[in-house]
Design a protein around this ligand. Structure first.
Ligand code: ZN
Length: 134
């Protein structure tokens, strides 16, 4: 669901709220695949630059660090690119729905999927049970 070198760390999940919070490190030239924010989200870009919907030069938006942003429920992002090394913190309410070229949902990534992926990563790297997400 991303290319060009994006790593992330899960900080918290809250099943009752359907929320999850993570930090993302995005290498210059990396991007996220097309997705819809099923629920709203808030982020704080603390390093670099994020082009949303192609960035300002293509009619979208460009966030620059340090900068706060809010994504409305149902926001669709066809292209989210990082032209320089960037990093942001984000809390999502509800899952991200990733789409194929025809606009069909191919995966929903919410707190549960994020937690499973994070736990698998911790187990692989021998850090299981050190971090708790609750
Ligand atoms: Zn987005």
């Amino acid at each position: 669901f991303a290319e060009g070198g994006i790593t992330w760390r899960l900080l918290n999940v809250c099943p009752e709220m359907g929320s999850w919070t993570a930090v993302f490190d995005c290498a210059a030239g990396s991007s996220f695949a097309t997705h819809i924010h099923t629920g709203p989200g808030e982020y704080f870009l603390y390093k670099g630059k994020m082009d949303i919907r192609g960035g300002e030069q293509n009619g979208g938006e460009t966030a620059r660090a340090p900068g706060y942003g809010f994504e409305a429920s149902s926001a669709r992002h066809d292209r989210t690119n990082f032209p320089v090394d960037s990093a942001f913190y984000m809390t999502f309410l509800g899952p991200l729905a990733f789409l194929d070229e025809k606009g069909s949902v191919i995966a929903n990534v919410g707190w549960f999927e994020a937690q499973e992926a994070w736990n698998a990563f911790l187990e692989q790297s021998g850090q299981a049970k050190k971090a708790s997400a609750a």
